[in-house]
Design a protein around this ligand. Structure first.
Ligand code: UDP
Ligand code: LCN
Length: 806
């Protein structure tokens, strides 16, 4: 039994536990989530006049602190306790305070009973368990090391490998012989016939290049090295070639994991990359702010640019650029024939700022022209993905004139396509979630059947399970994306155990301690978003135009609201009009606080102004809600709502104009997986108040370089904003101090250079280990295929039929 429960039961607090349980019963509610539990317990303490430390310090208080869920059923109470990150214990407590441990299966049955979908007489439901497949691979032990997979894997496998120096050398030899680019042999050639020769020749080459001037170009001695058995890829100068060979020499003589990592990171292994981002409007202009088109598009485009740049630098240092070795990065997206003024109906579009970066758009097959001619919501896209992957494979092979070296999936749909492609092409698969819908929508799995007609979560969650288990490695933007915080469950963690009543039970959905997880945060485009103080890089006419748009322009086609006093401090936010982005919550917070209205104006930038311009139900309802709030609190003269789609450069300048006015950025989302707008605002120099639910908790250090808000507590949020405003009024340097620290935070931690250096190094190391350990994942992949064909595909076909009938 859990120590915590035992401690409660051994003390007088068992009476409180019984009383608390009986009070929960009187609410008539059966299912309590953490927030409900904490609130109910706080009420209990107040109502029973408990001493002030009872809430936190009593045994019961501590037990409640770790309790994620309580489910009441007849006389029993089920507690789901999360004593530490990524672990779960389940107990049933009966009325007489007898405690029994429950299995995951029992918990899932209980949840099914709760929603009247438990039918034991009709047989068992399919049970999915991925745990046996992870028995073969090493597992991280300490939860604090989750997300540092590659370091762990490298250390673990190195120590195994290095026990046998001869085998190490053999593997290195075989691995070095593999690399080619369009028929150009790289690294070593057949003149080095075996591992022993490799070891000798490395020493000879070292002495040969060591005698040459450090700066001498590789071209000058390329053919001398070739005779020794060495091909291009070691360096562009004698100095660089020497340094790379030295690392190898050291690795052969005294292998160690750090040396291996730095050596593998220098090897040219990745030339062609595919970034899969299927749904949404994927373009470079006029697409942001539409439903389904937000940060992912910004992320993928910036990542593509940065990957190309990083590879170009790498190839230059490796002496390969002059030999015609150039990287190619392709963003694979969907071609949308009815493109609504965007370029999404073009097959190929060059990515701005790249030499060889492209958006390749492949259409969905015309299984249902009514749908496939148009934008399709990410919730409806599932039936079209399998054939899309088949068509995309052909296009990619033609485009690259060969296979890619790395496939990166984005979001549930892109990750599923990445799985299908990687499986067919036998290429390393990396996943990026961006936002897993499962944790965004409360009870999305338990009530999936009620939500199915609108959200089709049965397809999405099945796709997620397939893709996340299939991926060779997963990169997440934050630690908590994987396993949450001590008090909240992580996004991936929510896949570990859940029920999809009548469809399947997941008893082990993902191994959170697997070294496949790596935290690699995104950056921000530094040419677009930079500090407001860098006046030399700003264009005065743009600044004036945007200042007018923000504060005074009277154009009802673009702006709603007219400021009575434009000199008040600006509260600013920009987001799509999704419910979860909660711009309406911010407006409500502003509306309810006359004091905030006295000192500030609220400026919101969202893609649209008029419900009739949208076909997205959530977007329409958010617009209607926003108009309602403006009316209810009479905010017409205190708010400006810009329904504009800004160009990239305007969007950067907009933040800076707000900073010129000493404004404040507020990100009020009910949940934010990461939050690129936060980086954009911070690097521009805006003091930023962001939601405490999700990624912002890791980006911002509270009260140091920004502030957390609880967007569900409107009063507290208004108070926090007012406190800042008043501090700023008393001390004009206060704003600047926070502003400066926000800028520093981004430059030290969130740059694309840091991101891509890490991503490429990960890709190579996973590639190396997959090769050398010849890890046999075939059994898991077969299981995943079965899931795809037996569960996903029939459901996707049924959805297609439904689409056809619309
Ligand atoms: N954005 C924009 N115009 C809008 C809404 C959003 O340009 O009307 C941009 C914003 O600047 C940011 C991205 O879209 O670059 C949103 O990314 P974020 O990660 O904050 O949220 P997401 O939309 O992905 O959930
Ligand atoms: C999706 C989201 O919801 C955001 O929180 C992220 O910042 C964005 O994708 C980029 O990863």
């Amino acid at each position: 039994m859990s120590d915590l429960i035992e401690a409660v039961l051994k003390s007088d607090e068992k009476i409180d536990l019984r009383q608390f349980a009986s009070e929960l019963r009187t609410t008539g509610q059966q299912y309590f989530l953490r927030n409900d539990i904490v609130r109910a317990f706080s009420d209990y303490c107040t109502h029973h006049e408990k001493p002030s430390d009872f809430y936190h310090s009593s045994h019961l208080g501590k037990l409640i602190l770790y309790t994620q869920e309580i489910i009441l059923e007849n006389e029993s109470l089920c507690m789901i306790i999360r004593p530490k990150i990524a672990s779960q214990k389940i107990f049933r407590i009966l009325e007489d305070l007898t405690v029994e441990a429950m299995t995951v299966q029992e918990l899932l049955d209980l949840r099914d009973r709760l929603v009247n979908h438990h039918h034991p007489n009709e047989g068992d439901v399919l049970e999915l368990d991925f745990a046996p497949f992870y028995d073969y691979s090493p597992i991280i032990r300490d939860p604090k090391n989750i997300g540092k997979g590659v370091q762990f894997l490298n250390r673990y496998l190195s120590s195994k490998l290095f026990q046998d120096p001869e085998q190490t050398l053999e593997l290195l030899y075989e691995f070095l012989s593999l690399h080619q680019y369009n028929g150009l042999q790289l690294l070593i050639n057949q003149r080095i016939k075996n591992r022993r020769e490799l070891s000798q020749k490395v020493k000879q080459a070292l002495s040969f290049v060591g005698d040459r001037p450090r700066e001498e170009s590789f071209e000058n001695f390329r053919f001398d090295l070739q005779i020794l058995g060495f091909e291009p890829g070691w360096g562009n100068t004698a100095g660089r070639v020497h340094a790379t060979l030295e690392i190898l020499d050291e690795l052969i003589d005294s292998p160690n994991d750090a040396g291996l990592e730095s050596f593998i990171s220098r090897i040219p292994m990745i030339f062609r990359i595919v970034l899969v981002s299927v749904h949404g409007w994927f373009g470079q202009e006029g697409v942001l702010g539409r439903p389904d088109t937000g940060g992912q598009v910004v992320y993928v485009l910036d990542q593509a640019r940065s990957l190309e740049k990083q590879l170009q630098e790498e190839f230059k240092l490796g002496g390969l650029d002059t030999l015609g070795v150039h990287p190619k990065v392709v963003v694979l997206s969907r071609l949308i024939p009815n493109a609504d003024g965007t370029r999404c109906n073009e097959r190929l579009e060059k990515i701005y700022g790249t030499d060889n970066g492209w958006i390749l758009r492949v259409p969905f097959r015309e299984q249902n022209p009514k749908m496939t001619q148009n934008w399709i919501s990410r919730f409806e896209i599932w039936p079209y993905l399998e054939t899309y992957a088949i068509d995309a494979e052909k296009e990619l092979l033609a485009e690259f004139q060969g296979k890619p070296d790395l496939i990166v999936g984005n979001y549930s749909d892109g990750n599923l396509v990445a799985f299908l492609l990687a499986r067919r092409l036998k290429v390393t698969q990396c996943n990026i979630a961006h936002a897993l819908e499962k944790s965004k929508y409360l009870f999305s799995n338990l009530y999936w059947q009620d939500l199915e007609s609108q959200y089709h979560f049965s397809l999405q969650f099945t796709a997620d399970l397939i893709a996340m288990n299939a991926a060779n490695f997963i990169i997440s933007s934050t630690y908590q994306e994987i396993v949450g915080t001590p008090s909240s469950v992580g996004q991936y963690e929510s896949y570990a155990c859940f029920t999809m009543p009548d469809l399947y039970h997941v008893v082990n959905g993902i191994e959170l301690f697997s070294p496949k997880f790596n935290v690699v945060a995104p950056g921000v485009n530094e040419t677009v978003y930079f500090p407001y103080t860098r006046t030399q890089d700003r264009i005065p006419s743009n600044r004036e135009r945007l200042e007018e748009l923000l504060l005074t322009l009277d154009d009802p086609t673009q702006v709603f609201g007219k400021l009575e006093d434009p000199s008040k401090q600006i509260l600013f936010s920009v987001a799509r009009l999704d419910r979860i982005k909660n711009l309406t919550g911010l407006a409500e917070c502003f509306g309810r606080s006359p004091e905030l209205q006295e000192h500030c104006n609220l400026i919101l930038v969202a893609g649209k102004l008029r419900p009739e311009e949208s076909t997205d139900t959530e977007e329409i309802s958010e617009m209607q809600k926003l108009y309602g709030i403006i009316e209810q609190y009479n905010l017409y003269n205190k708010i400006r709502w810009l329904g504009v789609r800004l160009s990239k450069s305007d969007s950067g300048e907009l933040y800076r104009v707000i900073a010129d006015h000493k404004g404040i950025f507020v990100q009020p989302a009910l949940f934010e997986a990461f939050g690129l707008t936060i980086l954009e605002a911070m690097v521009s120099g805006l003091p930023t108040f962001a939601t405490q639910f999700g990624g912002p908790l890791e980006i911002i250090q509270d009260k140091v370089n920004g502030f957390y808000i609880n967007p569900t507590n409107l009063e507290e949020t208004a108070e926090k904003l007012l406190e800042f405003v008043s501090k700023h009024q008393q001390n004009p340097h206060y704003w600047e101090e926070i502003s400066q620290r926000a800028i520093e935070r981004v430059y030290t931690t969130y740059t694309w250079k840091i991101h891509t250096t890490r991503l490429l190094s990960l890709s190579k190391i996973y590639g190396f280990w997959n090769y050398t350990s010849k890890e046999n994942r075939e059994d898991m992949l077969r299981y995943l295929e079965a899931l795809f064909y037996l569960v996903y595909k029939p459901r996707a076909q049924a959805l297609l039929e439904e689409h056809r009938g619309r």
